[in-house]
Design a binder for this molecule. Structure first.
Ligand SMILES: [Zn+2]
Ligand SMILES: [Zn+2]
Length: 263
């Protein structure tokens, strides 16, 4: 079973380092952090509870149905290669899942909770509606079953994905001297900020969470904001100033029409 304590220890370690980074070298002021942190932390606890309940159940069903069969089991490959391919495959699936959540209307209504954060910082990485977390677990379980992905790879990928999501939402920026080189392989805060723009064109780019290669390969990469980073407006796409005012509003976002605030 997925090792909860290892995941939790790495989560706390990475969180502490990134909090220190954004506290000592903030990219910009965080004016609404109190309300945002309250909403994001409640979502974190609900999401963690969903994972604790749903994930073991899904993995048991997958193990029962696939009985060790799967694309990787049929290929006679060494374990290290299966492990590496599994990480790449899982990250590619997350990329396409993210694109799908932007493309399909009812999925977008769920995913827009993530985009309704009016500022970005490390807490934004956990701002996902419980429905998105459960759907994401189902998609992952399907991929694990079809490909026969080893559970060690699932655990490592979960840890890496969580750490990189926290990293690329941090309210800080890498030194200019290394930003360009890091972007060639990994998603950076500079890249992911563009995905959180209120401008639809920018929000429909840079879908990656861990490796940046998928955006290059599938032509969704945007190197810089249309009007420059200093004019980038963070928030729900297609709205000018909208932001949920209560946690109830955050939770009900998938079921409500969000009014466009044009002023
Ligand atoms: Zn998105
Ligand atoms: Zn994000």
């Amino acid at each position: 079973m997925i090792d909860f304590s290892l995941r939790f220890a790495v989560f706390l370690g990475v969180l502490s380092v990134l909090l220190l980074w954004q506290w000592r070298r903030p990219r910009g002021p965080l004016i609404q952090w109190r309300q945002r942190w309250r909403h994001n932390l409640i979502l974190l606890f609900i999401g963690a509870a969903c994972v604790r309940i749903v994930q073991p159940l899904l993995l048991s069903i997958v193990a029962l149905l696939s009985q060790g069969l799967g694309v990787f089991s049929l290929l006679e490959l060494p374990f290290w290669l299966i492990f590496l391919l599994s990480i790449l495959l899982l990250d590619c699936v997350i990329y396409w899942q993210h694109r799908l959540f932007h493309r399909v209307t009812f999925l977008w209504r769920i995913h827009r909770v993530h985009h309704s954060d009016p500022e970005l910082d490390v807490s934004s990485a956990v701002r996902f509606h419980p429905l998105e977390i459960v759907l994401s677990l189902c998609i992952k379980a399907m991929v694990i079953g079809v490909f026969g992905i080893p559970l060690e790879a699932v655990l490592v990928f979960d840890i890496v994905l969580n750490a990189s999501a926290m990293f690329n939402h941090t309210n800080a920026r890498l030194p200019v001297s290394i930003e360009h080189s890091v972007q060639k392989l990994f998603v950076t805060p500079d890249m992911h900020r563009i995905h959180h723009s209120r401008d639809n064109l920018e929000a429909n780019s840079n879908f990656g969470f861990f490796l940046s290669v998928w955006d290059v390969l599938f032509m969704s990469r945007r190197g810089c904001a249309l009007d420059g980073d200093e004019h980038l407006k963070i928030g729900l796409p297609d709205t000018k100033t909208y932001q949920p005012m209560s946690f109830k509003e955050v939770l009900l976002m998938p079921f409500k029409i969000v009014l466009k605030h044009r002023n």
